[in-house]
Design a protein around this ligand. Structure first.
Ligand SMILES: Nc1ncnc2c1ncn2[C@@H]1O[C@H](COP(=O)(O)OP(=O)(O)OP(=O)(O)O)[C@@H](O)[C@H]1O
Length: 339
């Protein structure tokens, strides 16, 4: 007989298996903010897996939950519900001391505001050496590490300059070197190109790619920058606090030996079986409220409740489902995305 205990056990087993091999696991993450008596659901059951060594971009309209997700992953914020793990660290169950340790050893950060990343009265080399000094590293080793990282990021010529003597892009590349000083396994970058022009953004994103390739550091970059997907293999779109779609870029060698990059867009099926249909699909077929689902040999089809043309292979035996009417919030974020 199925008891409450067996159901709980089953749910826990399933939860533990989800992302067992991944470096970063976000499992049904919920973050609710209370603000002046109003509840805001910034994350609404978000699932995300990132493998060791991946370079992933997270994109989404303003207010979709990107910064909230990054605050949780960087150990600055605790979600309301769900499960979040980075390497061996369970971010829901860390003590304040463990949180400090996690932030010092496991992860590095680059923020949008260049002033937040660098100490203004230290040179680039001193900025990179600073976290190493705090960790007790000897001065010769600090200098060698600073030189190596500034070289890797293509800003060795800035070593003796202070932030005020560097361009925004140079400052951000030095900031990446600072974030990597203590050899974190994961680098989080929050809008690192937000204050930069297109050409300079390109250099910073290439810097992140270089770090990922040369040092094997896992990189998660949150951005509005539409050009980001050219620099990463995987772009995850967040919408209304959930992962909604992914663009995966793969290298493909044609028969004549030429190499092409093929980008494919996927919808994300969450663990409860939900998929977000793109707005243009919903509008094209007037999908709203109820829809019909039909299981075909190799795929599932979605039909309007009242088809405008009678389908030849009708979904008479299919299942019926409900598509929520777009809420005001959804409509707003769609407009944001189109802008
Ligand atoms: N401290 C807070 N208190 C109340 N609501 C918050 C708080 N932080 C974020 N929110 C709300 O949570 C939702 C998600 O915000 P978040 O900052 O994560 O989005 P975002 O995708 O990073 O947006 P942006 O690109 O504009 O930075 C928004 O509706 C926001 O207003």
């Amino acid at each position: 007989m199925t008891t409450l205990d067996t159901l709980e056990e089953r749910a826990q087993t399933r939860s533990a298996a989800f992302g067992a091999d991944a470096l970063i696991v976000c499992d049904s993450l919920v973050r609710i903010y209370q603000s002046e008596g109003i509840e805001v659901q910034a994350l609404q059951g978000l699932d995300l897996l990132v493998d060791d060594g991946e370079l992933v971009a997270i994109v989404g309209a303003s207010g979709s939950g990107k910064s909230t997700l990054l605050s949780v992953l960087s150990g600055l914020d605790v979600p309301t519900a769900g499960r979040v793990r980075v390497g061996p660290w369970d971010l829901m169950a860390m003590t304040p001391a463990q949180r400090v340790q996690y932030r010092r050893t496991m992860v590095g950060f680059v923020w949008q505001q260049t002033a937040r990343n660098l100490v203004p009265y230290l040179t680039a080399a001193e900025n990179v050496a600073f976290p190493l000094a705090l960790a007790g590293t000897g001065s010769r080793e600090r200098a060698a590490r600073a030189a190596e990282l500034l070289e890797l990021l293509g800003v060795a010529y800035c070593a003796e300059r202070r932030p005020g003597q560097m361009s925004g892009g140079e400052q951000q590349r030095v900031a990446i070197a600072v974030a990597l000083a203590c050899s974190p396994r994961v680098l989080f970058a929050d809008e690192p190109t937000g204050e930069l022009d297109t050409a300079t953004s390109h250099d910073v994103l290439e810097g992140l790619r270089m770090v990922n390739r040369e040092l094997g550091t896992t990189v998660v970059v949150v951005t509005h920058d539409p050009g980001v997907s050219e620099h990463v293999e995987r772009t995850v779109a967040i919408r209304d606090g959930r992962t909604s779609s992914e663009v995966v870029r793969r290298r493909h060698t044609a028969d004549d030996g030429t190499e092409h990059v093929v980008a494919e867009e996927f919808a994300v099926l969450d663990r409860a079986g939900r998929v977000q249909l793109p707005q243009e699909y919903r509008e094209a077929l007037e999908l709203a409220g109820r829809v019909r689902l039909a299981l075909e040999d190799s795929h599932v089809s979605v039909w309007p409740d009242k088809p405008r043309v009678t389908p030849s292979r009708g979904p008479a035996t299919g299942r019926h489902a409900a598509v929520p009417e777009p809420s005001r919030g959804e409509a707003a974020s769609d407009q944001e995305e189109q802008r």
